[in-house]
Design a protein around this ligand. Structure first.
Ligand code: FDA
Length: 427
């Protein structure tokens, strides 16, 4: 049977980072045997499509509040591999990053391929054996043996002293991340919290007016209420599409709706099309308009503040006539229209599914790993990194930063398992 000191399962962002840091740590000790296995025929599919083909590598400022999960643990993991460390690490591999206005960092080439090639080349320099088309089906423990584990894959088996599991989540299953990794972790005794799509577009009831607005983007304040409790309020760009709603603010908020839906809890998402103003302020503005420009049509009045196409659809949705002079607007029409402007209930029927979600919410609980090493607290010599863990970030490069940071910790520690013992949480 083939053998390795460290076997890494999954050659996505986290697995590649883990392989490089294991390789670099091993380099100083003179010997190395690191094997990176991936079920996909060609590796890096998700990295290549990321950031619209440009790969949003990280963000200029990364804080625990950019993530969902146990934030105390997330804080400690992030602190061990800062954004500056990420920038320097990529520079050391010949990848210069540039900052965009939004704070997102991309390779100066604007090509994901630059990032993927650099990671693969570095693995090769370090002698990491990359085995594509090697889907892992089982990880067996071998108690009382230096081998530690036998990793069963589609072409046989590999005996390894340490194993790093970096199989990602469930998003874009055809890229190779289809959720089997959760089963591998579960069979070793780990728990897996419910996994649902995050950073996902949302599908609206077919009777809604979204189709007419397809392609239109507008600023909004989006609120998610679950079981009568407000869980999330955020501002940003909403994109109307042929199936419903998308855009950064919707994608970021989607995890809350998806989790509630999965748990069978009543969830509502409503939008304020006048972000920063409440219903009373908008009502006052509307009454001022009625007083100052009584003959202006309802349509023209609203179009001063909202996109024309949206205005037309909203007025029709409320059952009003856009041509009516606002001073002539029946009170019942005003009463049905005004609340929709600041508390519009989106009739969500479902999320758009794993083929469109960018990440997975849920996974192996962070409490089950030592945050200094990413080593399992249940299975010595077994490490977890990346999206398989119960942590998801918002849009903007945060999910890759999580992959680099956890890959860094796991890779270093898997090579030198005795160097890190403490599991103290910094407050
Ligand atoms: P990832 O899913 O990347 O890799 C897991 C690997 O494991 C895969 O190669 C898979 O083939 C392999 N594997 C799975 N099961 C296996 C098994 N049983 N045996 C062997 N191999 C197995 N984030 C960000 O920060 N900036 C961005 O710009 C984007 N853009 C973006 C766009 C799109 C369309 C998507 C879908 C996602 C993003 N993301 C993103 C999210 C980001 O891509 C994601 O969080 C990371 O790739 C996660 O890295 P991992 O290495 O954990 O998993």
């Amino acid at each position: 049977m083939a053998t390795a000191d460290v076997a890494i399962i999954g050659a996505g962002a986290a697995g590649l980072a883990a392989a490089i840091f294991a390789g670099e740590t091993a380099e100083s000790s003179g010997s190395r045997s690191i094997v990176l296995l991936d079920g996909a025929k060609t590796i890096g599919a998700k990295l290549l499509v990321s950031g619209g083909g440009r790969c949003n590598v990280t963000h200029e400022v990364v804080a625990p509040t950019d993530f969902f999960g146990n934030r105390r643990i997330i804080k400690n993991v992030l602190a061990a591999f800062s954004v500056d460390a990420t920038i320097a690490w990529f520079a050391s591999m010949g990848v210069e990053l540039k900052r965009e206005e939004t704070g997102k960092l991309f390779p100066v080439t604007d090509r994901s391929r630059t990032v993927l090639n650099a990671l693969i080349e570095r693995c090769c320099e370090l002698g990491v054996a990359i085995l594509s088309d090697h889907r892992v089906t089982k990880i067996a423990r071998v108690p009382d043996s230096p081998a530690g584990f036998v990793v069963h894959h589609s072409h046989g088996a590999l005996a390894a002293s340490r194993v790093i599991l970096a199989t990602g989540g469930r998003s874009i299953p055809k890229s190779g991340s289809d959720g089997l990794g959760y089963e591998l972790a579960r069979r070793l005794g780990h728990h897996v919290t419910p996994t649902v799509p995050a950073l996902a577009p949302l599908v609206l009831d077919d009777r809604m007016f979204h189709k007419n607005l397809s392609g239109l983007s507008q600023e909004i304040e989006l609120t998610t209420v679950v079981k009568g409790k407000t869980l999330d309020v955020r501002n940003g760009s909403l994109l109307w599409t042929h199936f419903g709603i998308s855009g950064p603010v919707v994608m970021d908020a989607s995890r809350f709706w998806c989790l509630a839906h999965e748990q069978g809890e009543p969830a509502e998402v409503h939008g304020n099309f006048f972000p920063g103003e409440n219903q009373e302020q908008v009502r006052r503005w509307f009454m001022e308009q009625t007083r100052d420009h009584p003959r202006r049509s309802l349509g023209k009045t609203l179009a001063q503040r909202l996109p024309q196409r949206f205005t037309d659809s909203l007025i029709q949705h409320a059952g009003c006539d856009g041509q009516t002079a606002i001073a002539q607007l029946p009170r019942k029409d005003r009463d049905s229209l005004l609340p929709l402007m600041t508390k519009f209930p989106f009739p969500i029927v479902r999320d758009r599914g794993w083929n469109y979600a960018e990440v997975t919410a849920g996974g192996v609980p962070l409490e089950e790993v030592n945050f200094r090493t990413m080593e399992s607290k249940l299975v010595p010599g077994f490490y977890l990194a990346g999206e398989i863990l119960d942590c998801d970030g918002r849009i903007g490069g945060f999910n890759f930063q999580w992959a680099w940071a956890t890959g860094h910790l796991a890779g270093q520690a898997a090579w030198r398992p005795d160097a890190y013992q403490s599991d103290r949480i910094d407050p």
